[in-house]
Design a protein around this ligand. Structure first.
Ligand code: PHE
Length: 337
């Protein structure tokens, strides 16, 4: 029964070899070492020819079992290697990378940031207020008497009784003054809402930058100087400005500011409707009633305020003909800026 002993040794040796298989090449080597045509198992089969019939039966069966066992074990190891190979190659490093699109800031955000940075250089702080406002801040504190036409349901989106979407950024003036003592020097950017017919030139939501400067002895000359400097810094050195008298309940005197058309340099073109001028903001000296509403003494301080329309300026500067393009979030359109 030396052969049975040999078979057992072969099994032990095979089991040890099996542990060493780590890739397809070593698997093939082990397979041919044991089950190949000139492998160990075949050579054992040659040995049984010498045996007598009784022993040949027993050994033959043992050999067949050995052969089948080795085959099954090799098959199972092959399955594992193959599976691992697939996993290893799951990421195909040779594929070209996915294109990565870099986002840009919205043209309105770019304009607002640029405008704010100009005012920051002039010493203005940035302040914010809520888009849903109370009647007090949006109207009453700003010297808008209860029956002022600007409170008309047509212009204002009411959320509730006495609560509305702010119609301008001016409530940030009185909000800020209520919680700060003079001197005050702020700009307040933000969205405002008006219930207007939507067209290429007006939308129910747009952006303003409010400005407020309150101190001892602030004059109209300070207002004019500040606006002029801003316009030259934003629209260019050659920009001219013009103040037209106007009316706002919260400023006295009030004015509207026109800037010379930067497309035609004031000569007259389609953009400025052949006037040479573009209207960009309302402004004036803070009305004493506003100071009283926030507890400031109008005998001690004076101030100026302005409300700059951002969307119109951006449309003009970027030659955008429909204000709605700014709010459609069409990436193909926005990508251009
Ligand atoms: N709030 C005014 C508007 O929306 C603009 C303005 C602001 C005018 C500040 C004067 C002073 O039209």
């Amino acid at each position: 029964m030396i052969l049975l002993e040999k078979i057992k040794n072969v099994r032990d040796q095979f089991n040890a070899d099996l542990e060493c298989i780590n890739d397809l090449k070593s698997w093939e080597d082990i397979k041919s070492k044991y089950l190949g045509r000139k492998g160990i198992v075949s050579s054992l089969f040659l040995d049984i020819k010498e045996l007598d019939p009784e022993d040949r039966k027993v050994i033959g069966k043992a050999l067949n079992d050995l052969k089948n066992d080795l085959q099954t074990q090799l098959d199972s190891v092959y399955g594992k290697i193959h599976h691992r190979k697939k996993e290893e190659h799951y990421i195909d490093y040779t594929l070209p990378g996915l294109p990565f699109f870099k986002g840009t800031r919205h043209p309105l955000t770019q304009a607002i940031d640029e405008m704010l940075s100009i005012f920051a250089r002039l010493g203005f702080d940035i302040a914010y207020g809520p888009e849903v406002e109370t009647d007090w801040y949006n109207f009453s504190s700003l010297n808008l008497p209860p029956h002022h036409p600007a409170r008309d349901m047509q212009d204002t989106f009411y959320v509730d009784d006495g609560i509305m979407l702010r119609t301008h950024t001016s409530p940030v003036q009185t909000r800020y003054m209520s919680t700060h003592t003079p001197p005050v020097r702020i700009v307040a950017p933000g969205r405002v809402y008006r219930n207007e017919a939507i067209s290429t030139r007006s939308y129910c939501m747009f952006h303003q930058i409010e400005g407020l400067y309150v101190d001892k002895k602030v004059t109209f000359a300070d207002l004019r100087g500040t606006i002029e400097l801003f316009c030259k810094m934003y629209f260019g050195k050659n920009a001219q400005i013009k103040f037209r008298t106007s009316f706002f309940p919260f400023t006295e005197p009030s004015a509207e500011v026109d800037v010379s058309c930067f497309l035609c340099q004031g000569k007259g073109c389609r953009v400025c409707k052949h006037t040479g001028w573009l209207e960009i903001m309302g402004c004036g000296m803070v009305d004493p009633n506003v100071f009283q509403a926030v507890g400031y003494d109008p005998e001690k301080v004076t101030g100026f305020a302005f409300g700059l329309g951002v969307d119109r300026s951006v449309m003009l500067k970027l030659d955008i003909h429909d204000i709605r393009m700014l709010f459609d979030n069409d990436v193909e359109f926005l990508k251009q800026f």
